[in-house]
Design a protein around this ligand. Structure first.
Ligand code: NDP
Length: 276
């Protein structure tokens, strides 16, 4: 069993979520099974997948092989854009692929305003969370305008909003809006997806050398100290251990402020107003 001590956060529906987990986007099924197995062995208990990642079966196989009691795990999957008109069928299909009786968190993956089904999909998720097959529901890639529409039309507040968030894209307005409504923020691309020079920036490198940590650990620590939920993806067992070894140091207010100062509002992924 794992030795990690990853803290839980309490969601607005009272359920607990481990603040750090593993994301599996872009991992092929074979790699997913191996790396999720390694992660569970190391002590990770939170896995973030999605129907569109095409690796839900592999996540389920690794969970089953781990022998870890289901109630010690936190599994998230997501409703894909083209399934928004029938969330119940999509949810059941995800459960079947995962081989699980329930998921801990089910998210609408993107708002897809061009199709206009997000509100009806959300009503579907509200029915789903009323069953014993799903503990919590939330959204992903929702901007303030999309959240306002859900709240206005249904009055049901998502537990989380999973959005692109890293030091180069800090989403201050959206984070403040969510904080006021007790919607937890989950950061996707927390390390900048390996697409930028983020890990070489002076503020990050300086903090890393002062604390005897790596640049990736400093960035993850910045997220955690902001109260954000993270699940950095890696295909390497060594990096799995590195990314979870972030609970034995603390960035100073000056170090946090230096990273806060790096915001370039630079989006690496799709614009939620446009993704179809
Ligand atoms: P991340 O910011 O987690 O970056 C992953 C990249 O960073 C990979 O190239 C990985 O390489 C590298 N990396 C990981 N650990 C380290 C380290 N310690 N040092 C240096 N490099 C490292 O990007 P993701 O896009 O994967 O985001 C994380 C998760 O968020 C996804 O897996 C998915 O679950 C979720 N997500 C959700 C989206 C949504 O629309 N809701 C969109 C995108 C992601 P390597 O594998 O070689 O270690």
């Amino acid at each position: 069993m794992g030795e990690l001590h990853i803290p839980n956060l309490e969601l607005n529906d009272g359920n607990l979520i481990p603040q750090l987990g593993l994301g599996v986007w872009k991992l092929k099924p074979g790699d997913t099974e191996r790396i999720v197995g390694d992660a569970l062995e190391l002590g990770y208990r939170h896995i973030d997948t999605a129907r569109i990642y095409e690796n839900e079966e592999a996540v389920g196989r690794a969970i089953e092989a781990s022998g870890i009691p289901r109630d010690e795990l936190f599994v998230t999957t997501k409703l894909w854009n083209t399934d928004q008109e029938d969330p119940h069928a999509a949810f059941e299909a995800s459960l079947d692929r995962l081989g699980l009786e329930k998921v801990d968190l089910y998210l609408i993956h993107w708002p897809v305003p061009s199709r206009g089904h997000a509100v009806s999909a959300w009503r579907g998720l509200v029915e789903i969370v009323g069953s014993d097959r799903c503990d919590s529901i939330g959204v992903s890639n929702f901007e303030v305008e999309h959240l306002n529409e859900l709240l206005r039309e249904t009055g049901v507040v998502p537990t989380v909003n999973q959005v692109e968030l890293h030091p180069l894209h800090q989403r201050r307005e959206l984070r403040a809006f969510c904080a006021e409504r007790d919607i937890a923020i989950e950061a996707w691309g927390p390390l900048g997806q390996g697409k930028t020079d983020l890990l070489e920036r002076p503020a990050i490198v300086a903090a890393a050398s002062l604390h005897g940590k790596t640049p990736a650990q400093v960035i993850l620590r910045w997220h955690l100290q902001n109260g954000t939920i993270v699940f950095p993806k890696t295909s390497s067992r060594d990096r799995l251990a590195e990314n979870a070894d972030v609970f034995d140091f603390e960035l100073s207010p000056d170090e946090m402020a230096a990273i806060d100062g790096m915001d370039e509002q630079r989006r690496l992924g799709g614009d939620p107003r446009e993704v179809e």
